[in-house]
Design a protein around this ligand. Sequence first.
Ligand code: ATP
Ligand code: MG
Length: 579
Amino acid sequence: MKASEYILPTTKEDPTDAVVSSHKLMVRAGFVRKSSAGLYNYLPLGFRVLKKIEQIIREEMNKAGALEFVLPILTDANLWKQSGRWEKMGKEMFRLKDRHENEFALGPTHEEAFADVLKPILKSYKDLPKNVYQIHTKFRDEIRPRFGVIRSREFIMKDAYSFHIDSKSLDETYELMRLTYRKIFQRCGLKTIPVQADSGNMGGSGSEEFMVISPIGEETLTLCKNCGYSGNVEKTPLVWDFAPNVLEKSDLEKVYTPNLESIEDIAKFFNISTSQTIKAVLLKADEKWNVVVFLRGDRELNDVKLNNFLGTSLIRPLSSQECESLGIVAGYCGPFKESKKEIKVLFDSSIDANNAYVVGANEKNYHFKGFVPSIELGSQINYRDFSKAKTGDPCPNCGSSLYEEKGIEVGHIFKLGDKYTKAFDIKVLDEKGRQVLLTMGCYGIGLNRTMATVIEQSNDSNGIIWPISIAPFEVCLVSITKNFHEKEKIESIYNYLIQNGIELLWDDRDLGPGFKLKDSELIGFPIRLTFGKNFFEKNEFSILNRKTMQEISYPYTGNEDLINKILEIKEKLFRELVD
Ligand code: ATP
Ligand code: MG
């Protein structure tokens, strides 16, 4: 391909709406252009990268025995109603009506659609297991589309769904997908770590997210250097190991604490750390329950853990009027036993029942000092895990200290269980001729997000550094010529390389050398050949390794040697991906 005939609209300036490197570089290097909020046009360079990622995913999925489908993006509302997600999906789902007033959605995911296709096809245990997938466009009306294609409203996903006779078979496919994802990301040159994730209310029993560690990540991960544990903070369980220091008696004292409403103020006033206080978090869950969670003062509530425990999905703080009508003195609410019917009282396991704390006295302007939960509330209280893990907390695996990192989710594997097979009544006959309800798994990868995260992970001040496997072109040939005769000579080299299968973009544009060299580094071709003054004067050319920025000059000894040199570097770069 000749640059003079291609579209390379590179720019020096960052787009004004871009805040992250990948977004800036994808626009500046001419891979994408914004269409409108959360919608992007892919230009030829960007399209080539997407197609390469798609091909890697397809090859690895096929190797794992998955079968490729393509389903309509437009999905019938009745499918969503059957699973109960027509309501649940809320505003994130794009909805529309046809001319006959029939309702549809632009698929944000395809569990229902695949369940519906597979149901009449799967008849016997002999038809199982099956893993089916597509690589297709998804629509999600994200509240905040941002970071360019990382969180967009239209994107391409590889979504796979597996069907099984029992959980053992599901476990096997889940494990195979786990390994397949590792291979896919490795081949894309992307370093990911699988973390245990929350399965939410989906009824599933396992879920792992493939995360790319990045300061711009919207997810928080908890990691352990000692044993390698990695979890999404939403999921990371906390187990506290308290010394058995049973206090025989409590010196409970009521203290006048006017206008001290924050935990920090109280700790300061009593000259203690916030971990020696107990605070109350007052909430409304799914608009049906009033809930108070007592946590140690230094802990933060983990909404996901609470929702999972309550079986709810939405929580919000109680308003001051709501607190008042429940007889709660906001700012001075201290531990009490569940007695009133209209409020659920929960205690977090970070509280050591045998320790003395400063707590609200349930009376304006007063706190208690020396409040020992086991003495004041008795031993019947259940302390459960509701707090969010943070740096320094004990690893759930080995007890060492956890540390936090930010991460971007690029893939997700999930044991769905029977949620959809139940809703769609997907059963087959087992060996004994009995009808058995199937169990399912689902496995997603965002292609556009993968492309952007590779750039997040792999760029420098000059531009993008593509892993060779997904580079728009493996090789860029920059020629610096003075006349038609010189250009003709380069053209014959270009033709030879192309005819011999080198994936090459020749920058034959009538532009200055500085401009062309800068462009090639911005776009990020892994291998750059430069044929300029030295070639015509000294019979030398140079090769730049974009990753190391090491440029080496070689004598030109014919096209065959040139090809061998290119292939040698290319193979080395491919090897580096899997080493
Ligand atoms: P997130 O938590 O980031 O919103 P999700 O949990 O909703 O993602 P899944 O439903 O698991 O995502 O979708 C599978 C994959 O699709 C994700 O791992 C991600 O790579 C991709 N993806 C999801 N939402 C978007 C989006 N708005 N833009 C681009 N890619 C996305
Ligand atoms: Mg997810």
